[in-house]
Design a protein around this ligand. Structure first.
Ligand SMILES: Cc1cc2nc3c(=O)[nH]c(=O)nc-3n(C[C@H](O)[C@H](O)[C@H](O)COP(=O)(O)O)c2cc1C
Length: 188
């Protein structure tokens, strides 16, 4: 049994939908599938998405990672998949992450600024920049929350709950109306 690590860069083929908070819906769908599949396959890693580009890092058993990478490379949601790094690994470094996701965070912006990059173009990364990016994803505490948007099954409207005082007020008013109607009917 041997472990490997692999990083690649690719270009999204979908048009990013604007989101004011949370994760772009297409990316959220990818993350949901990744998290459940990777847990089953004992694969860990991180995903970064920004400026219509993906950077993904994977660690796991060689067979499992290669099989996943074949599947990912054939996914029509991205193109121009370029392997940036692929090598044996002694021990896992992303212990608890089936797929950690880092949104366009200030530390990634800092990384781009440091290297004089205006946009996120992982296909141009040097090996050192890849390592820096991997460390950044691993160390980031800004885990992007996958919130509903249009992700199947999870977008349920919250039931409207009235504040307690308003509820009590309405009940008292209703009793008053019924009382008045009974009183009025005795006058007829
Ligand atoms: C950028 C990108 C990253 C992806 N990463 C993963 C991943 O880490 N794990 C995974 O299972 N699927 C990943 N996918 C999705 C796979 O290509 C494929 O759709 C999915 O594994 C199929 O899962 P299913 O058979 O459970 O539907 C990724 C897709 C894209 C476009």
């Amino acid at each position: 049994m041997s472990l490997i690590r692999l990083a690649y860069a690719s270009e999204a083929t979908f048009l990013a939908q604007p989101v004011d908070k949370g994760v772009e819906p297409n990316v959220a769908r990818i993350l949901m599938a990744s998290r459940s599949n990777n847990t089953k396959n004992d694969i860990v890693g991180g995903l970064y998405y920004g400026d219509d580009r993906f950077f993904q890092y994977l660690e796991g058993e060689e067979g499992a990672v290669r099989a996943l990478y074949d599947r990912i490379a054939g996914d029509s949601r991205h193109r121009n998949v370029i392997t940036l790094l692929e090598e044996p690994l002694e021990a896992r470094t992303f212990a608890n992450w089936s797929m950690k996701y880092v949104p366009l965070s200030s530390d990634v912006k800092g990384f781009l600024n440091r290297h004089g990059m205006k946009r996120f173009r992982p296909s141009d990364f040097t090996r050192d920049q890849c390592e820096e990016m991997i460390k950044l994803i691993r160390d980031s505490s800004q885990e992007g929350r996958v919130v509903s948007h249009d992700v199947a099954g999870s977008a349920r409207p919250t039931p409207a709950v009235l504040p307690k005082g308003v509820g009590v007020g309405l009940a008292v008013a209703a009793i008053g109306v019924v009382g008045a109607m009974i009183y009025a009917s005795t006058m007829l």
